[in-house]
Each structure stands twice: as structure tokens, then as C-alpha cells.
Write a protein of this length. Structure first.
Length: 147
């Protein structure tokens, strides 16, 4: 191998090392951004749930008050139904806020790589899979076979 070949190989290797370093830095930035965004979504979700909970509790109190007033003859059935509708809407918003928070928690766990441990899942052994070629055509069979 000549001096020119060694210099050429060194140059290619240095370019590849630089490219890999840049890819790593870019990947780290993406991961940091995903974690930051998921933390913000988590905080927002917690705040929305707390707000929805307070609104639902208030709607329950108003509905109960309106029912008592109706029994006492000081309000109309229409107002009782209106308070009931408001209560159902508040419950729906609370459930949506809880669902959104659950999604934010799941996204945070995915971003931080803690999904398995958070759900008490352990992987006991490494599984290797082979994709067997489909003999009928040049495509691959979608069936996986464990070794």
C-alpha cells in the first residue's frame, strides 16, 4: 500500500469520524428537545387536569344546589337540566384532561426510555429473529422465526 493510499484512507476515515460525531450531536439535540417538550406537556396536562377537576366539583355543587331549589319550588326544571348538562360537560372535560395527561406521561416515559420499567416489564433474554426469503418471488416473507 502506497503513501497516497494511506493518506486517502486516513482522509476518508477522518471525514467519517466527523460525520458520525455530527450525527451523534444532532441525535442528542433531538432527544433533549423531545424530553423538554414531553416535560412541558406533562406539566400542562397536570395543570389542565387540576383545573378540570375544580370545574367539575363546582358544576356538581351548582347542580346539587339547583336540584334543592327545584324541590323547594324556587327554580325551574329547565335550569336543573341546564346545570345537569353543564355537569356532564365538565365531567367530559375532566376525562379528556385525564386522557391527555396519560398520553403526556406515556410520551415522557418514551422520551426518557423508562416505559418498560415504569410498567414493571423486564426482558429476560435477547431474542434474535431471521427473516426468511419468500421462495415464490424476490420479496421477503413477513413471518419471523425465533432461533
Amino acid at each position: 500500500m502506497g503513501k497516497h493510499d494511506r493518506k486517502s484512507n486516513l482522509g476518508r476515515t477522518l471525514v467519517q469520524v466527523n460525520r458520525i460525531g455530527n450525527q451523534r450531536a444532532q441525535t442528542e439535540q433531538v432527544i433533549e428537545a423531545e424530553i423538554r417538550n414531553s416535560m412541558q406537556a406533562l406539566k400542562s396536562g397536570e395543570a389542565r387536569l387540576a383545573s378540570a377537576l375544580a370545574m367539575r366539583q363546582s358544576a356538581e355543587q351548582l347542580y346539587g344546589s339547583e336540584q334543592r331549589q327545584f324541590r323547594a319550588g324556587t327554580t325551574t326544571f329547565y335550569l336543573v337540566l341546564q346545570r345537569q348538562t353543564e355537569l356532564l360537560a365538565a365531567r367530559s372535560r375532566e376525562l379528556q384532561a385525564q386522557t391527555d395527561l396519560n398520553k403526556a406521561i406515556s410520551e415522557f416515559q418514551r422520551a426518557t426510555g423508562t416505559t418498560l420499567s415504569a410498567n414493571n416489564v423486564t426482558v429476560s433474554q435477547k431474542q434474535e429473529f431471521n427473516i426468511l426469503p419468500n421462495r415464490r418471488n424476490t420479496g421477503f416473507n413477513t413471518r419471523f422465526f425465533s432461533k
